[in-house]
Design a protein around this ligand. Sequence first.
Ligand SMILES: O=C(O)CCC(=O)C(=O)O
Ligand SMILES: [Fe+2]
Length: 195
Amino acid sequence: MFDEFDLQLPDAEIKYFPNFLDTKTADEYFRKLKSQISWQQDNIKVFGKIYQQPRLTALYGNNGRPYSYSNITMQPKEFPKELNELLHLVEQKSGLNFTTCLLNLYRDGKDSNGWHADNEKELGENPPIASISLGQPRFFHLKHNTNKELRHKILLEHGSLLLMTGKTQHFWKHQIPKTAKPVDERINLTFRIIK
Ligand SMILES: O=C(O)CCC(=O)C(=O)O
Ligand SMILES: [Fe+2]
C-alpha cells in the first residue's frame, strides 16, 4: 500500500495521500464536522441563470478575507477546534501555510461539483489546494485544458488528502460528477491561501 502517490500528470503537480487520516480519526471528524459546520446552500449564476448549488458549502478562515467564485462571495467564520487540528496536519504534510478552508457536503449522488479550476485572483499566481475527503468515496475527474486526450480519474477515499500545487490550476480543470448509484454523504475540505 502506498502512503504517498504522485499522479504524474503533465503540466501538473498532484499528490495523493490515501491514509492521511486513519479510519477511526476520519470517522470522528466526519461526525463532528457534519453537525458543527454551518452548512449553507447558495444560489449561483451560470450563463445568466440562477441555480441552487448542487451541494452544501461553508467558508472558514483565519484572516477574515472573503472568497468569491461563480458570482457568490462568502464571508469566512473563525476556524473551530476541529478545523484548526486538520489545518495543522495539512500544513505539516505540505509544508505550506493555509488561511482558509472551503468545505463541501455532497448529500447524495445527485450532489456534484462541475468542471472548474481554482484560479480565482485572490488565490495568487500558482494556488496550492489541499483537499481532505471524508465519508463516501467519490470520483475526482481531471481534464487538461488544451490536450483533450489528457484525462484522469481518481477515487478520493475516506481520510485521504489530495494536494494540488504548482501550475496545476493553469492547465487542468477538475470535477466531482454526479453518480446514479445510491451513495452516502461525503464531506470535502479544501484548504486554500487567500492573500
Ligand atoms: O469535493 C472535492 O473533492 C473537490 C472540491 C473542489 O474542487 C472545490 O471545492 O473547489
Ligand atoms: Fe476545486
